[in-house]
Design a protein around this ligand. Structure first.
Ligand code: SF4
Length: 394
């Protein structure tokens, strides 16, 4: 059976909380030009006090980050939320899948709020459950399903994490993807030809990890395109592959190109190229250092004054790093402005609206994951937490 899926829409109509695609936000928002927005946000936060805990992802705007109680990557923030069981409301300034993870990891009594429902993630939306189930059926028909361990990146919807939980798989972050893959291969190591991994939604993280950290070749990897019959792959290609990479990518990190690296190296002698592993394989091959957002932040913090850096990750974070380290020369690894458009949908008017609604006793834009999905997603998340070594940051 083939699931008919709509093309990726950045902004749809109505409420579709099971999708990462954006939906219109209900409610009357304050005008973006309102000069009192900062004072209103402060007043609402003060009125809520300990009842509210505000999380700010590294890629959020400065105007929003200013009100975050903690900042971090998606998994750290979900764990931070779990560490505040006394907070009645968790206001998640990030994107939809992150708020879902926070809801999974927090108590049922806590309410997770996403200030703008249009803040989805285009990468997470590239692997939808119906598509993944179709692929799974096709892999059964090809006779390889029994040798596959599914691995999903943290940047996926709750129902994809639940799929992994139900099918012997695991969640990973960009920090522990190699450890998660090692674990996954071990699960079926006794099979003739070894295990295969179905990795989603980010083909680049999957490929970069398999080839650069685990010693696989590019020929060991194939790309499953959910919009093609049988993923665009022959049965032989599927049988020969060790890594079946879902055709998904990050619309921000996928923009960086190898030619800009050449240009910057020619212009700035000694410049260091620091990129996220969601970048393409060509970009990662040309970089000096590759790692998660936390790794990027720590690398810049530890860098010597006077050193030069070109950073390939979301622009809000790069600008904040440049502002925080005026003694280092920090530039953005793209010729054009490159914010995450969905992350940027969380702005001060939406934040003020969500907070003032809470003060008025009205919970808006609550993100909830149903019990069955939560149970299965937790299985896959727990397998990640049980992995040896490494931190679990993305
Ligand atoms: S930066 Fe990429 S992965 Fe992160 S929310 Fe935006 S589109 Fe999704």
């Amino acid at each position: 059976m083939t699931t008919i899926d709509l093309p990726l829409l950045p902004l749809g109509k109505g409420r579709d909380l099971s999708a990462e695609r954006g939906v219109e936000c209900p409610g009357d928002l304050p005008a973006a030009s309102d000069p009192d927005l900062v004072a209103r946000a402060r007043a609402a936060k003060a009125a809520l006090g300990e009842r509210v805990f505000v999380l700010g992802h590294h890629y959020q705007r400065d105007e929003v980050i200013e009100f975050a109680d903690v900042t971090g990557d998606s998994f750290k923030l979900a764990r931070d939320a779990a560490g505040r069981p006394d907070a009645e409301f968790i206001v998640f300034c990030g994107v939809h899948f992150m708020a879902e993870s926070a809801d999974i990891l927090t108590a049922d009594s806590q309410k997770v709020i996403l200030p703008d429902l249009a803040a989805g993630c285009s990468m997470a939306d590239m692997a939808r459950l119906g598509q993944v189930e179709d692929a799974w059926d096709a892999m059964a028909a090809a006779g390889i399903q029994g040798s596959i361990v599914p691995v999903t990146y943290m940047n996926s919807s709750a129902d994809i994490k639940a799929f992994c939980g139900r099918n012997g798989g695991v969640v990973c972050t960009s920090s522990n993807a190699d450890v998660a893959l090692e674990w996954a291969f071990e699960q079926k190591a006794d099979l003739e030809g070894g295990a295969k991994i179905l990795f989603f939604p980010d083909q680049h993280l999957g490929r970069n990890t398999a080839v650069l950290k685990m010693g696989f070749s590019l020929d060991d990897c194939v790309v499953w395109d959910p919009r093609q019959p049988n993923g665009g792959l022959s049965v032989e290609e599927l049988r020969d592959a060790r890594m079946i990479l879902w055709k998904g990518h990050c619309s921000v990190h996928g923009r960086f190109t190898a030619d800009v690296i050449d240009e910057l190296r020619a212009k700035h002698e000694g410049i260091n190229i620091l990129v996220h592993p969601e970048c393409t394989h060509e970009v990662v091959l040309k970089a000096d250092l590759v790692g998660s957002t936390e790794f990027i932040i720590k690398t810049i913090e530890a860098a010597e004054p006077g050193t030069s850096w070109a950073i390939g990750t979301e622009l809000n974070l790069v600008k904040r790093l440049a502002d925080a380290h005026p003694d280092k020369n920090i530039v953005f690894l793209d010729r054009n402005v490159c914010y995450c458009s969905t992350m940027n949908r969380i702005d001060l008017p939406h934040f003020v609206w969500a907070m003032e609604s809470l003060v008025a006793g009205q919970v808006v834009n609550q993100i909830t994951v149903d019990d069955d999905t939560e149970r299965d997603a937790l299985v896959a998340l727990q397998r990640m937490l049980d992995l040896p070594g490494k931190s679990h940051r993305d």
